[in-house]
Design a protein around this ligand. Structure first.
Ligand code: ZN
Ligand code: FE
Length: 751
């Protein structure tokens, strides 16, 4: 007896070799029917024996292709319609798409084998790919995911590629970006306005340039990189000078895992991250010093090659450790369009290795780390975006605009929260353009009806994203407080809507309920009921507001003004610059002074007292410097950081720093005692507040928790208490995670 079933599969199922897999599975089970890419995912119509269909569904669930991520399989019995064989049907358009767009994938082993097989048609061809690997989000122009909707539309397939593309048994069956040297795009090497080499020759010449200490701009998946020999001091120095990047660490690309292991200590978790399909830059403890690569830092950021052209460069003998940094000048967004790259990088790169395939959108490298509480993503971009990060209890579409620093946006469609790639700091014009473009991209790909859409944004009235929100037409709009959004992001990852927790949010900045600059906040409550502020860092004055974040001595002035006995910090050993005096006067006369509870600024203050008295050259630098210092000392006695009522009092903590510094104690020991003080004081507060609010779970988030030593110290203390610690695992604890938390809070009341 023949019966029939209709199967709907949702999740990341398009562009990952899913239909050919279904085709083979149907044939193996002698089933007839069809499969097609629908806007809601993949639809399968099966006819045959019940037992065969059961076996089919079982294998569908247990053996899908590597890059798929199935979120739901719905099986319905239907009337057979008398299909004779099994076919792959054309995609069906219509209806709002909720299929997930696959993130970009690293080149797979099968393609690598062909790439380095001298007899293969695609030998050394930098655009090799198949349904298991290659570009996705970075080439997609619109849905459904078909070649005509990608930046490969300009290259018609030749006969060879077409035969593989149309062969359901081939791993290039419907591999949309498929190409070969005969029909596909090519690479060329440019110096100034001149093309000096094309095809294989362009890569040979690039290898020569890198070996000679040159700086090469290379087009990657989501943007250009600037590459040079990481062991060549002079090349690294020149790159820093030309890029106007004084101290911020450079990312490295290691030829293979063995080389990466020479560079850094890779724990099992870190190894899993570095080899994961996102191929992020992984921060891990350095095992060697490479001059100028990561000054005053214990970690190096290392990634493995993920595009064919990167593999070819290494295979043809370029230095086995490359600096591989985003192609931009200082803090600008990474260049991804050829013309723009040639113009902006003209004075930085000695040559440009450029492929013809256009990049549809800017997608930076992701950054991750294996931390004390599991993997931590610090920048969510290539390889992750625009994947789903949570399922939210809402049917209407919802758009969360994030924060102005490290901006990401989150679009919720039919309860699935898709987070965009890292967009960057919205005070840059190009990031603002990217912000608007990403909103347009995601809402149009998912065919969002704007009059149905709710919009949620940060409470800060002067954020670019908040101002932008005001200009958008939407069904409903609301603002969410910054640090509550941080907290909600941790809970949203776990779909813990009713769970009552204590939330400790240590951050650099964020607009508070009282219009002060918050950032040392402890909340109690749940996503569903909202979060009450249970405690906070004692208020200090912050002259100049957020601008003070660039000058640790300026941030210090307001905190130090509250100490009982403060020596002359302009004198030795402190040697604060004149900026301090100026700031202190503003504090005293209460002119242009804002109130703050920022934990980030408290770290800046400690850094200033220990010698970081200059202007920072990248965000978070002073706190990183302090952590680096503290790591050089062994555990010591923590400075006092008591909870007084609802206030974490920084005065005894800073007084201890000042006194010990005057006594001549080693600065690294003071740094350690300060960090331990923050950890111990926070844990005491957590224990007390968990008890008084009746919860046993604490969620930690906010940019300050990128401090790994702080997390280890907290872990070692809380491991002895019966308190569960939750941290972010899928989205960053810094402002890159804000949009998810905003979206989660917007699903519930007016909290
Ligand atoms: Zn492949
Ligand atoms: Fe924040």
């Amino acid at each position: 007896m023949t019966s029939a079933r209709l199967i709907q599969v949702r999740g990341v199922v398009q562009g990952v070799g899913f239909r050919p897999f279904v085709f083979r599975l149907a044939h193996a089970n002698t089933l007839s029917g069809w499969v097609l890419n629908a806007t809601e995912g993949v639809e399968i119509h099966l006819e045959g024996m019940d037992s065969a269909m059961d076996a089919f569904v079982h294998d569908l669930k247990t053996q899908p292709p590597p890059a798929t991520a199935i979120t739901a399989i719905d099986v319905q019995s239907i009337e057979p319609s008398g299909c004779r064989d099994f076919i792959i049907r054309e995609s069906r358009a219509g209806g709002a798409p909720s299929v997930q767009i696959s993130p970009d994938l690293p080149v797979c082993d099968a393609c690598l084998a062909e790439l380095f097989d001298a007899t293969d048609r695609r030998h050394l061809y930098p655009y090799i790919n198949c349904t298991n690997c290659g570009p996705r989000y970075s080439v997609i122009l619109s849905l459904p995911y078909d070649r005509s909707n990608t930046t490969m539309q300009a290259w018609p397939l030749d006969q060879h590629c077409a035969s593989q593309y149309h062969d359901p048994s081939h791993r290039r069956y419907h591999a949309q970006p498929v190409a070969c040297p005969e029909c596909g795009p090519r690479f060329s090497l440019r110096v100034g306005d001149t093309v000096v080499a094309t095809g294989d020759e362009s890569i040979y010449e690039s290898v020569k340039l890198l070996n000679d200490g040159g700086i090469l701009a290379v087009k990657g998946l989501g943007g250009f990189h600037l590459a040079c020999d990481a062991r060549n001091r002079k090349a690294v120095r020149i790159l820093r000078e030309r890029k106007y990047r004084k101290e911020k660490p450079f990312a490295l690309m290691a030829r293979d895992v063995a080389t990466a292991r020479e560079l850094v200590d890779l724990s099992a978790e870190a190894l899993a991250l570095i080899e994961s399909s996102a191929r992020p830059i992984v921060l891990a403890p350095a095992r060697m010093e490479l001059e100028g690569v990561a000054p005053a830092n214990d970690d190096l950021g290392v990634m493995l090659p993920y595009t064919p052209v990167q593999h070819i460069l290494f295979a043809l003998g370029c230095p086995e450790i490359l600096v591989m940094t985003s192609a931009n000048r200082s803090n600008e967004p990474i260049a991804y369009e050829d013309e723009d790259a040639l113009e902006r990088l003209d004075e930085i790169a000695d040559a440009f290795l450029i492929g013809e395939r256009r990049i549809a959108r800017r997608v930076d490298d992701s950054i991750a780390r294996a931390g004390p509480f599991g993997p931590m993503i610090l920048r969510r971009a290539r390889g992750y975006a625009p994947g789903a990060v949570a399922a939210l209890p809402i049917r209407r579409p919802l758009l969360a605009l994030g924060a102005d620093l490290k901006n990401t946006i989150t679009l919720v469609i039919r309860g699935q929260a898709f987070m965009s790639q890292h967009i960057g700091d919205l005070d840059h014009y190009q990031s603002r353009v990217a912000f608007e473009q990403t909103i347009h991209d995601l809402t149009s790909m998912y065919e969002v009806e704007w009059d149905e859409l709710s919009i949620v944004y940060d409470q800060h009235p002067e954020y670019v994203s908040s101002i932008q929100a005001a200009g958008l037409l939407a069904f409903k709009k609301r603002a969410v407080q910054h640090h509550r959004a941080h907290l909600a992001s941790v809970l949203a990852e776990r779909a813990a809507w009713d769970k009552r927790v204590l939330g400790v949010i240590y951050d650099g900045t964020g607009y508070g309920d009282d219009a002060a600059i918050w950032g040392g906040e402890i909340f109690s409550g749940s996503v569903a009921e909202g979060f009450d502020r249970a405690a906070h860092l004692r208020y200090a004055s912050l002259p100049g507001g957020d601008a003070a974040a660039r000058y640790p001595v300026q941030a210090a002035s307001g905190f130090l003004a509250q100490l009982h006995s403060l020596p002359d910090v302009a004198a030795s050993p402190f040697n604060f610059s004149a900026r301090y005096e100026l700031a202190a006067r503003l504090v005293e006369s209460n002119i242009r002074a804002f109130r703050t509870t920022s934990m980030g600024r408290l770290f800046d203050t400690a850094a200033a007292l220990l010698g970081f008295t200059r202007e920072i050259t990248f965000e978070g630098q002073a706190a990183m410097w302090l952590e680096h210092l503290a790591r050089q000392a062994s555990a010591t006695e923590a400075y006092p950081f008591p909870l007084d009522g609802a206030e974490l009092d920084f005065r005894p903590l800073l007084q201890a720093v000042v006194d010990d510094r005057l006594r001549g104690r080693e600065v690294r020991e003071i740094a350690r005692a300060f960090q331990q003080g923050i950890a111990q004081g926070s844990c005491n507060a957590i224990t007390a507040l968990c008890e008084s609010t009746g919860t046993d779970t604490v969620a930690l988030s906010g940019g300050v928790f990128q401090n790994e030593l702080l997390l280890w110290d907290i872990k070692s203390i809380l491991d002895q208490e019966a308190i569960d610690v939750w941290t972010n695992r899928l989205v960053p604890p810094n402002d890159g995670g804000i949009s998810l938390g905003q979206a989660a809070l917007a699903c519930f009341g007016e909290a």
